[in-house]
Ligand binder design. Sequence first.
Ligand SMILES: N[C@@H](CCC(=O)N[C@@H](CS)C(=O)NCC(=O)O)C(=O)O
Length: 219
Amino acid sequence: MKLYGEPGSGSTRRVLAALYHIGVEFEFQMVDLFKGENRTPEFLALNPNGMIPVLVDGDVVLYEASAINLHLAEKFGSDLLPKGKDRALTLQWMFWAAEHWRQGPPALFNERIAKPVMGIPQDPRVISDAEASIRKYAAILDAHLTDRRYVVGEKITLADIDLAATFTHLPRSHPPYAEFPNVMAWHQRLLDEVPAWSRTRDEVEARMADLLAPSGGVK
Ligand SMILES: N[C@@H](CCC(=O)N[C@@H](CS)C(=O)NCC(=O)O)C(=O)O
């Protein structure tokens, strides 16, 4: 199977983490967004949205990282997608991540990383709205994690991957997660206990260092 993506992308990271965790062999096809490789006719035939990641697995062509991860977990029988009640809860948190949790962080990425690199002024209103959204949902996740090691019980699931993806640009986009100790402890646990999560963190950092070097980095 072949994954189209970019190692600095939080959405690509969600799929890479699942592939590494399950132990799947795959081919990686770099799609350089800065060179417009996501806008070629060939790529748009795979995903008309012009977005990574895309997985091609035989005659299955999938976009949307969560859908790709569900396909992988089902195909390989991974406990990243548990059975019964825990399956329903995993799906609940994946949908919650898409609808609510991942709303603020991309706006912060745009304001604090993309805009400075492109020489466009930041919009303080967008930053304060994004931070308000992040705080609102982080308070809910923080309360949920009071007595849990992972989002659904004792082991990592696809829900943890979908939620933790917003930590991908923490050192650069500065979402206010430090105000939420259970959220911080859960993310540290993922880094400490799940090799696929720390490996993809290292790959993101290496790629971002390369990308941001010409502009002198982002503070
Ligand atoms: N909902 C999609 C989001 C994917 C996404 O945001 N991809 C970004 C990179 S992280 C992208 O391809 N952006 C290119 C563009 O918008 O032109 C998913 O979960 O897979």
